[in-house]
Design a protein around this ligand. Structure first.
Ligand code: SF4
Length: 314
């Protein structure tokens, strides 16, 4: 007889309010203007979401100049440099900004620091669209990127003694970021800090849920795409919290029967851009191999909703 598998679902998991809003924006834009609606960059980092919006008439491009001027364009949830909406306005395009309000909050914060004459240290991952968008809020040279503790230990302001402030990407590891901030504060005691954490509620809650489960399971899967920052962080958090066998999977096809054979308790979470249907499909894929019991460990309740932009609010 096959030994039953206990699945421990992390809660909260999956879609956050910013992702939910970004998807609704594309859907409503399609309803309002018909297809095609162009979307600059993947609206959220999830293949399943992107494919289903493409099937409804969205066209995904990387740059604004790939969009015809007579069709609407949506900017992704990660945020865009200031030059992008400015270009769209110059070309008389209809555009809708799906930047998550919690990313916009970081943009405003960076501007405020800049106006105060501070050089801004952005803690984040080079090349991630959110980092490109946030750095693009200020003139060239007004912000420096620090990716890890080693870089924080050697960072120097462009002008010695210049006042500093820091801001962070919203989807970082809470614990890694705290260590980077500690180094900056030790080296620059007057560095200005955000009033409230830049790492968003959804990132924090998903990491807390993974931390609660990781020590009590043999293996962990995080459902999410390989370019999803918050999903990759959840895998690292599971490993750091005591589950060495943690992996990122994009969906049910990645469930490996051989690997699962040695597992009695399996933790499952999903990144903020991964829909719940993928979690259900992964549980079904496990059930096809073994009898399954499902438990859930919830560490927080989320009821945050963001309003749609004015151009689409009904
Ligand atoms: S992960 Fe956080 S910052 Fe990113 S879209 Fe979701 S709520 Fe917004």
């Amino acid at each position: 007889m096959t030994e039953p598998l206990t699945i421990v679902l992390a809660a909260p998991r999956g879609f956050c309010a910013g992702v939910d809003r970004a998807i609704q924006i594309v859907e409503q834009a399609l309803e309002k203007w018909g297809s095609p609606v162009y979307v600059r960059h993947e609206i959220v980092h999830n293949r399943h979401v992107v494919d289903s919006l493409r099937a409804k008439g969205a066209v995904f491009v990387e740059e604004l100049d790939e969009c015809p001027v007579d069709r609407p364009v949506v900017f992704s949830a990660h945020g865009v440099p200031k030059s992008v909406p400015a270009d769209a306005a110059r070309r008389n395009m209809i555009y809708v900004d799906a930047t998550c309000p919690l990313v916009s909050k970081v943009h405003l914060e960076a501007e405020r620091y800049h106006k105060q004459g501070r050089h801004v240290v952005l803690i984040g991952h080079e090349g991630h669209p959110e980092v490109i968008g946030t750095m693009g809020q200020l003139p060239e040279g007004a912000m420096s990127l620090v990716e890890d503790e080693a870089q924080a230990a050697v960072f120097e302001p462009p002008v010695p003694g210049m006042p500093l402030a820091f801001a962070t990407q919203t989807t970082l590891s809470v614990d890694d970021t705290a260590r980077i901030v500690e180094i900056l504060k030790r080296r620059f005691p007057d560095v200005a800090a955000p009033n409230k954490e830049d790492i968003c509620y959804a990132t924090t809650n998903r990491q807390d849920a993974v931390k609660a489960i990781a020590p009590q399971v043999d293996a962990f899967v995080v459902i999410g795409s390989s370019n999803s920052s918050n999903s990759k962080r959840l895998v690292e958090v599971a490993k750091a919290a005591g589950c060495a066998d943690a992996r990122l999977i994009s969906g049910p096809a990645d469930i490996d029967a051989n690997w699962l054979r040695g597992v009695s308790r399996l933790g499952i979470s999903a990144g903020a851009s991964a829909p719940e249907v993928l979690v259900e499909q992964v549980v079904s894929a496990c059930r096809a191999l073994r009898p399954v019991n499902v438990e859930e460990v919830a560490v927080a309740r989320e009821d945050i909703r963001f309003k749609l932009p004015r151009e689409l609010a009904s």
